[in-house]
Design a protein around this ligand. Structure first.
Ligand code: KPL
Length: 313
């Protein structure tokens, strides 16, 4: 059993090192070819620094892919998968460990016989380079909690090998509910922080931003009522407020993308709410507005550049 890993950002690299620790054989599928057979990095966690050699698939590799972990950004999923479609076995197990919703169905449509799993993690890591050795460094800031659930069928087992990971990966029997919960919070926090270029905590401190967050949440609440989804003990707004406070000093992933001039995941976050609302005939005008505002922003030049990922992704 070999797990191929697509998307070698901080989360992809973090799970690659966790798989190696769990003695799960891996191959990195890299977008940009490298000459070496291994991708080397130092993983820095608290006071511990460990050196890893992550095996890389050569550009002309043709070995079939049976187990695939996808850690790309949601909007990049289909294009990234297309490059390996000829190698992915029809009955492959594909774990999408990503933010957002909507991409899972697209991948299932592309690979109808594959078993699609969704994963959510609160693990946090960011990358930079050691200026002396030029070696990649992966800074792990929080172990987080990771859950995986099967979307194609019911399963009482994790995909093979993943039961050996440490920290443990939890098997979810209803991962869709967790995806909706995460989506609601991301809709409440991410677009507003990206538009106003503020940290998560400022959404709660500034009355006009708090009112905006409330509007987002109330529309989502209505949609969830129509879908008969009961996701939180409190209202979506109260829950989002709590998370904005708890992650107050964080730069959201969408603001980080904006500042780094990368495409955002808005189509798979607020976009998914807007698409679903349309399907069931509910208006979500404020979310629709945020969707178009963030899309507009992505096309506007931004002069600040960051070299650090948001610590909580
Ligand atoms: O998940 C997040 C993100 O930034 O994508 C939140 C919860 C908003 C924390 O920053």
């Amino acid at each position: 059993m070999v797990w191929s890993i697509l998307g070698a950002g901080a989360i992809g690299q973090l799970f690659a090192t966790r798989f190696i620790d769990a003695k799960i054989p891996i191959r990195l599928l890299l977008r940009d070819a490298i000459l070496e057979d291994y991708y080397q990095l130092h993983r820095i966690q608290g006071k511990e620094t460990r050196h890893y050699q992550l095996p890389v698939d050569p550009a002309d590799a043709s070995t079939p892919i049976k187990y695939l972990l996808v850690c790309t950004k949601a909007p990049d999923t289909l294009n990234a998968l297309k490059q390996y479609q000829h190698r992915i076995l029809p009955e492959a197990d594909i774990v999408l460990l990503q933010n957002g919703m909507g991409q899972h169905e697209q991948v299932q449509a592309m690979l109808p016989k594959a078993t699609i799993w969704a994963g959510i993690t609160t693990a946090g890591a960011w990358r930079d380079r050691d200026h002396h050795t030029d070696l990649q460094q992966l800074h792990c800031v929080s172990e987080g909690v990771t859950e995986i659930g099967c979307l194609s069928r019911t399963s009482v087992l994790l995909p093979p090998g993943l039961e050996n990971c440490d920290p443990k990966i939890n098997l979810s029997s209803n991962i869709s509910l967790s995806l909706w919960r995460k989506l609601a919070i991301n809709c409440a926090i991410n677009p507003l922080t990206a538009i106003h270029q503020c940290l998560n905590g400022e959404l709660v401190k500034k009355p006009e931003l708090l009112a905006n967050m409330q509007q987002v949440c109330e529309e989502i609440e209505q949609l969830f009522a129509r879908l008969e989804l009961h996701l939180f003990d409190k209202s979506v707004f109260e829950t989002a407020k709590q998370i904005a406070i708890a992650t107050g000093d964080n730069r959201s992933s969408m603001l980080t993308d904006r500042l780094n001039k990368r495409p955002t995941e808005i189509d798979y976050i607020t976009g998914h709410i807007c698409r679903t609302a349309k399907q069931v005939g509910i208006g979500v005008p404020f979310n629709q507005q945020l969707l178009s505002d963030v899309k507009k922003l992505s096309s506007i030049q931004c002069h600040v550049t960051l070299d650090r990922h948001s610590p909580l992704r």
